[in-house]
Design a protein around this ligand. Structure first.
Ligand SMILES: O=P(O)(O)OC[C@H]1O[C@H](OP(=O)(O)OP(=O)(O)O)[C@H](O)[C@@H]1O
Ligand SMILES: Nc1ncnc2[nH]cnc12
Length: 176
């Protein structure tokens, strides 16, 4: 049975006090148990990107949950998928940025030849919280002289005001 986007949203589950007390964890993995839910989710994001009415050269996905659907969106758009990985995981020349996580600093990297100067990208991830991770990804794209047309998420935790950290526009399927 084909899924509607409202049915896809309803698959997201909440786990109180995971991974630590006071955190309400939003779990997107049930979506990936249903191939037709994945098809609906990917189609929804593809429509948003096409709706920008701009040429997009690549989809940039964030380690790790942005890797679940970023490549599927890129494949449907017929463009490159570019991973942003945690520090020390990518071979060759990389650009690197240190960013702030809840429990201290972390490092994101992108391969230096992954984006050409002047190219336009869309960044995708499962969830926008404080915005630190996505802001770091925006900086990596800027270091390679690319441009971010859109930051797209399955979930945005609006109370944390992550979208205020970001330079490019934000789209989130679910605003909590
Ligand atoms: O907006 P922020 O406050 O930066 O938080 C959002 C990020 O946090 C989570 O990833 P995490 O770094 O926990 O890594 P994981 O995907 O490997 O679990 C989530 O998947 C986002 O990437
Ligand atoms: N509440 C949350 N649920 C899932 N992933 C997260 N990453 C950061 N905050 C999160």
């Amino acid at each position: 049975m084909p899924y509607t986007i409202e049915q896809v949203k309803a698959l997201v589950r909440e786990f109180p006090d995971f991974p630590s007390e006071g955190i309400l964890f939003r779990d997107i993995f049930p979506i990936f148990r249903e191939p037709e839910a994945v098809e609906c989710l990917v189609g929804h994001f593809v429509e948003r990107v096409v709706g920008l009415g701009q040429r997009v050269d690549a989809v940039v996905g964030l380690d790790a949950r942005g890797f679940l659907f970023g490549p599927l969106i890129a494949q449907q758009l017929g463009v490159a998928f570019v991973p942003v990985r945690k520090g020390g995981k990518l071979p060759g020349n990389v650009v690197r940025v240190t960013y702030q996580k809840e429990y201290g600093p972390d490092v994101f990297e992108m391969q230096a030849d992954a984006i050409e100067a002047g190219q336009t990208v869309v960044i995708v991830d499962d969830l926008l919280a404080t915005g630190g991770s996505c802001r770091a990804a925006e900086e990596l794209v800027a270091k390679l002289h690319g441009r971010v047309a859109l930051n797209a998420f399955v979930i945005s935790l609006e109370g944390l005001e992550g979208r205020k950290q970001l330079k490019a526009p934000v789209y989130a399927l679910l605003e909590c």
